[in-house]
Design a protein around this ligand. Structure first.
Ligand code: ADP
Ligand code: MG
Length: 254
């Protein structure tokens, strides 16, 4: 059994008199892909940003890698990888230069080409961020989370707006990162994605966790409660048709 690498206990967040997060408690285990699922406005990004030390909480306790967020936020910053705002991607710089710039901010020396290899972007080393496809932009953004060789990375809706091929490609990348031992926390509102990708998920609604388990166990529980699909499920869906017809290969334009 893996041990917890993140512990969140009774987290609350108020924005003025609106309470966005209402007593969340959960643990993320070392080496897993943990999904925070929920509709827009559920409080997913707020929760992530608080754990990332980027946003103040109202109350509750958080430990990341054994460090208490209230006492040692700088120790936490050293072991986590966060997707940087794309506004920090200076338009005049190419991908190599951007990675070198960010590495400088972390006080790290890196091999930009090796890092670009990890996300399959070596051939774009001299390209500007704005010249990338949607999937390539997300892969680059994930590369920026890996600069400081973090123990945990945080991905907030990394696949939103991507086509099915790019989405699958990103799932592979996220699995590779997990398989190398990095813990991944991801938010998504695509349930198919969470079912395939996440080891465990917490379903968040209106600031509360309403379920937490592996996708498999959550589905088994629902079935055990007597739930049945209204009609017989086909052995494939329209996305399977689409992928079968158009292939798995990435479509990233010229
Ligand atoms: P999610 O990521 O699940 O879509 P968020 O954490 O972004 O949800 O937002 C949760 C709730 O908090 C939403 O109702 C949102 O409008 C509100 N909210 C988020 N950020 C702010 C803010 N800076 N000021 C006021 N309300 C906010
Ligand atoms: Mg969000």
């Amino acid at each position: 059994m893996s041990k917890p690498i993140i512990k969140v206990n009774n987290l609350h967040k108020k924005y003025g008199d609106f309470t966005a997060v209402k007593g969340l408690s959960f643990e993320v285990l070392e080496g897993e892909i943990f999904g925070l699922l929920g509709p827009n406005g559920a409080g997913k990004s707020t929760t992530l940003e608080i754990i990332e030390t980027l946003r103040e909480k109202t109350s509750g306790e958080i430990w990341v890698g054994g460090f208490d967020l209230d006492k040692e936020p700088n120790e936490i910053k050293k072991i986590i990888g966060v997707q940087l705002q794309t506004s920090g991607y200076y338009p005049g710089l190419n991908l190599t230069e951007l990675l070198e710039l960010f590495a400088g901010l972390y006080n790290r020396s890196i091999d930009p080409l090796a890092l670009l290899d990890t996300v399959n972007l070596r051939d774009k080393a001299r390209s500007k961020f704005k010249e990338l496809s949607g999937g390539q932009k997300q892969r680059f953004s994930i590369a920026t989370t890996l600069i400081n060789e973090p123990r945990i990375i945080f991905l907030d809706e990394p696949t939103t707006g991507l086509d099915p091929q790019a989405r699958r490609n990103l799932w592979d990348l996220i699995r590779q990162i997990r398989d190398k031992g990095t813990t991944v926390i991801i938010t998504t509102h695509y349930m198919d994605e969470a079912e395939i990708l996440c080891d465990r998920v917490a379903i968040v609604d209106k600031g509360h966790i309403i379920a937490l388990n592996s996708p498999d166990k959550l589905i088994d529980e629902l079935v055990a409660s007597g739930f049945e699909k209204p009609k017989e499920v086909k052995k494939a869906n329209l996305e399977d048709v689409f992928i079968q017809l158009t292939g798995h290969a990435l479509r990233e334009g010229a």
